[in-house]
Write a protein that binds this ligand. Sequence first.
Ligand code: ADP
Length: 631
Amino acid sequence: MTKTTKKFKTEVKQLLDLVIHSLYSNKEIFLRELISNASDAIDKARFESLTNKAIVSDDLKINISVDKEKKALIIADNGIGMTQEEVETNIGTIARSGTKAFMEQIKEQGKGDTELIGQFGVGFYSAFMVADHVELVTKKAGADSDAVKWSSDGSGEYSIETAEKATQGTEITVYLTEEFEEFMQEYRIKNIVQKFSDYIEYPVVLEVEREEGEDDDKKTVVKEETVNSQKAIWTRSKSDITEEEYEEFYKHISHDYNAPQETVHWTVEGTSEFKALLFIPSQPPMDFMMPDRKKGLHLYVKRVFISDNCEELIPEYLRFVKGVVDSSDLPLNVSREILQEDRQIKIIEKNVVKKVLSTLKTMKENDIEKYTAFWKNFGRVLKEGMHFDFANKDKIKELMLFETANGEAGKLISLKEYVEEMPEGQSDIYYIAGENRSVVENSPHLEAFRKKGYDILFLTDPIDEWVVQSLPEYDEKSLKSVTRGDVELGSDEEKEESKKALDEAGKKYETVIGVIQKVLEEDVKEVRLSNRLTESASCLVADQYAMDANMERIMKAMGQDMPKSKRILELNPTHPVLEMLKSTCDTDVKDQKIADYAGLLFDLALLAEGSSPRNPLQLSKKIGELMVNAK
Ligand code: ADP
């Protein structure tokens, strides 16, 4: 192949501009990124060598050397290497959708945080922070294709051509700018490697110059020194590992720039043998909700890398957990198909779930503040387990937290606490589901419950509707929506009394309710009086098992075409508007005012629950007329 020059894709160019011009702190991490790529490439070679004998898997290492004349740092590995096509797809484009979000965040911040780099697979480009020119020569292991040389000054173009390289792997030459010549110094390199890459499983070897011999027979020789300790952190005993070491390792595998919130490290022996080191992040990663995000845990078999996204090891609802599982029982040449069926994997998964849930339980019991922070980040994901993990439902329900009507915004309580705080006479657990706190907390549906001093759970995540369906009861108390079914509150006596009052009001307002019902025939299923309201005049409710406004909103948002379900319009028998309508009705059943007011009562109920009125323009005209008439 002759040398060809190509332009970077626009997004790569933008990214490079940002990397070069905006990210200014902590430049040294470029070396961590390149070593990490090299280590990944060796992992892959080792794995591939199990089935392809042509791939070298002895003496795997990462080599760092300095070319003083060229003012360059050379990072070489004998890993999997790349074909020309792979170089162009891996290095020439940005495959991940999260990168755009990354760039936007950096632009917003005005300055960059280099620790963000690893998150979106821009690791390789970080070399351009310290270099005016980067060259990559690579030869794919086990293939007889030519080696390839890629080269760029980072300004918009790169060149690609055939190259000479005897052995498999990748060699990256970073031509340092004058400002960053410090990265050629031996102590500086050692320092960075030990700080960031000590746990890398393969030797990171630095070529150092040493003087040998006596006075007049002195000569300089090049020696290889292994800089990192190489010990896979999860194989070490817990008591020997410092918090910083855990943190560094977490950052390596997660590409997160924050310390983890919780570290869980344990060993299982017996019928199944494995070691696991898991982390709960302190922040959701930026690409958390993105579909192409890598899920699952890293899987090793006796310290041999198998996969960095083994989804079989952990259920979807714990997808925020990061970490490593190293099994002693699985075969090395384990395939995806085997993983899905494997009994050992299932045992490990069960154990992982148990451990994570018990860790969260302990966190909740010992440090509620920390747990609340966790819940705010990942609660909505964990809750999915209520629906999908039947076996652990009872554990998960104890981990759920909710905002409530009695607590200020941001204050969360558990179901257990809710029940403990229930006043005498309250026999059910009440909730309201809606779009957000401000919609639900002002809902007229809460009035009667509030008056009684009952607390109400605020379910403001779309998934909450499914969660409550999986949880009809807690502690033998039913979970009831305040926007569905009848309201019967208080002691038997109180219930009896309010029922009596309602019956009486029913008789009194029978005619007017009949008229209103006729007017709203198209819009509501029924018009009735209820004890749900104490201040507002009207609200809309669903039957016990029918779909309420929130559920309808969620289904619509999910693109489901929902048939319009008619609901029940409830009126407050103590509201003066009823008395007024009754007297109008007594004088003239056909008075237009009754129809107008019936429509208003319905529209106001829609507004109060956060829905749109039927016809905003007509509503505003009607109110205008009322204002004039009230003069
Ligand atoms: P990331 O490592 O986060 O995927 P990079 O931009 O650092 O992102 O690298 C992009 C891709 O280039 C890698 O996923 C890998 O496929 C390939 N790559 C980078 N360095 C090497 C290397 N030393 N050997 C083989 N492939 C590499």
